[in-house]
Ligand binder design. Structure first.
Ligand code: ADP
Ligand code: MG
Length: 224
């Protein structure tokens, strides 16, 4: 059984009187441990697809099955706990909380987890800050970190909940090439070491090369 199965999925947005077809009949299966790039130009539907897989949004038609659970018939509110335990999200603009330190940002998604003790929480936070090479920056706030360091904090935050799937929406788009390459190499190393499934989107041909598999999108469809 696949970790992610997207079956006959369609998603439209209403923009005034105009209807925008963001996704049109998408079928996709992703196996556990894969490192997959969703590639395509701006507007091709990459973010919409990642948001559906990440239970941030729901499809108009079709099914999305994550680890055997059909998430397409439930609202994002109903799915909040499921999402928090299953999915790690990394955003193009990092989305760190500016008033919190690196340590507190990584800790944040664990605060409401009753199954994670305070001690375990601190161990995990320090472990993942170490994994991303930022243990000595634990006390820094986002504005005291470079773009690449901010994205590394976001990676640590995504991993701290021990998700089975990490989704990254154009994670290198706001980084220079060398820094972006470092962030991707880090994601790849974590994928290799922990067998965590990674799905990331990009429109940069250089970034796609690191993927095990590239899914090409255009105009809301998967193109071969
Ligand atoms: P990508 O991430 O590949 O740039 P998106 O998934 O963001 O593409 O967008 C796919 C299409 O859906 C685009 O035409 C975009 O304008 C449209 N779209 C995305 N989100 C919305 C929204 N909230 N309202 C209206 N149209 C949207
Ligand atoms: Mg996008």
């Amino acid at each position: 059984m696949s970790t992610v199965s997207v079956v006959d999925v369609a998603k439209r947005y209403q923009l005034g009187k105009q209807e925008v077809v963001a996704l049109d009949n998408i079928n996709l299966s992703i196996e556990a441990g894969e490192f997959t790039a969703i590639a395509g130009p701006s507007g091709s539907g990459k973010s919409t697809l990642l948001n559906l897989i990440g239970c941030i949004d729901t499809p108009d038609r079709g099914a999305i099955i994550i680890n055997g659970t059909d998430v397409s018939r439930q609202t994002p509110d109903e799915l909040a706990d499921y999402r928090a335990n299953t999915i790690g999200f990394i955003f193009q603009t990092f989305n760190l909380l500016p008033v919190l330190t690196a340590l507190e940002n990584v800790e944040y998604p664990l605060l409401h987890r009753k199954d994670v003790s305070k001690q375990e929480r601190h161990e995990r936070v320090m472990h993942f800050l170490d994994v991303v090479g930022l243990a000595s920056f634990a006390g820094h706030r986002p504005n005291e970190l470079s773009g690449g360091q901010r994205q590394r904090v976001a990676i640590a935050r995504a991993l701290a909940t021990h998700p089975s799937i990490v989704l990254a929406d154009e994670p290198t788009a706001n980084l220079d090439h060398k820094t972006g390459q470092g962030v991707l190499d880090l994601m790849k190393a974590i994928n290799r070491d922990s067998k965590t499934t990674f799905i990331f989107s990009t429109h940069d041909a250089k970034v796609m090369q690191i993927a095990d598999r590239v899914v090409n999108m255009g105009d809301g469809r998967i193109i071969a």
